[in-house]
Design a protein around this ligand. Sequence first.
Ligand SMILES: Cc1cc2nc3c(=O)[nH]c(=O)nc-3n(C[C@H](O)[C@H](O)[C@H](O)COP(=O)(O)OP(=O)(O)OC[C@H]3O[C@@H](n4cnc5c(N)ncnc54)[C@H](O)[C@@H]3O)c2cc1C
Length: 287
Amino acid sequence: LATDPVLIAGNHQQKKWFYGRMNDGDLAAFCLTEPGAGSDVGGLSTRCIRDGSDYILNGTKQFISNGGVAGMYTVFATLDKKRGYKGHCAFMVDRHTPGITIGPPEDKLGIRSSNTTQVIFEDVRVPAKNLLGKEGEGFKICMKTLDLSRAAAASMAVGVAQGAFECAINYSQERTQFGQPICKFQTIQFMLADMAMYVETARLLYQKACSLQDMGLPFTQMSSLAKCWAGDAAMKVATDAVQIYGGYGYSKEYPVEKYFRDAKIMQIFEGTAQVQRMVIANSIIKG
Ligand SMILES: Cc1cc2nc3c(=O)[nH]c(=O)nc-3n(C[C@H](O)[C@H](O)[C@H](O)COP(=O)(O)OP(=O)(O)OC[C@H]3O[C@@H](n4cnc5c(N)ncnc54)[C@H](O)[C@@H]3O)c2cc1C
């Protein structure tokens, strides 16, 4: 996600610098969300002001994955909030630039091994050569980035769903009640059958989004279909996996409670399930 703005809008020198640093072991983080601007990306208020050969950045980014461990950031800011989307700019920022501070790690429900923090910019001087594309192109770069990343987010959700599904299959064959394995009960069988449908359809959707992308065809709608369906599928499958485990599914002794907690974020980050439905509906109506 963090690397895509550079891929989309970076010139040769910018790519060399950013990917060179990553090649040397730096992680990257994508800094878009703010305390007051989540789904409403257009409402971001981190300011960027041109000052000689630099821009000066001020603002707070919220829920940044890798925020505390990345060496490089891609950051979205506005020249003037009144200009709306047209005022947005995208930058590559070195984490060690003076004026950047990192908030404490979020104490999260799931994906707890992923570092999530605020990243705060106070009078941070960023060389103008780190501007990606032109002034005012930030929103376009951001939307293209999210288009690209949604199929990958969907594939993560499929991984969660697949893991929960496999646990549920195994457990249903091992656990006996009323003198037989619980997989002999039709209600359990139907839950497993539904899980198989969710996992396979989610996988096919993200693969279709990727193949459209590879063929150079429009893929925005398919990426959102994949992200939305796979996120919902992960939540549904993980919930049913906990159900198949009964009380043991609620215990940290077994893996499905972790899948259940990890699944929820798939409906939230990189555009919530509601935002995906808005993208899909808009593309259907516009044709
Ligand atoms: C663990 C984690 C990691 C994250 N990583 C990153 C990251 O690396 N970089 C980054 O920039 N951001 C990151 N985010 C932020 C994430 O993308 C946002 O949380 C998400 O986009 C939603 O924004 P919000 O939390 O402000 O919710 P809000 O936008 O306030 O939404 C609240 C609710 O209202 C709904 N809603 C909002 N607008 C509408 C509408 N117009 N119509 C219908 N429903 C609507 C939403 O769907 C949601 O259900 C991360 C978040 C988390 C929790």
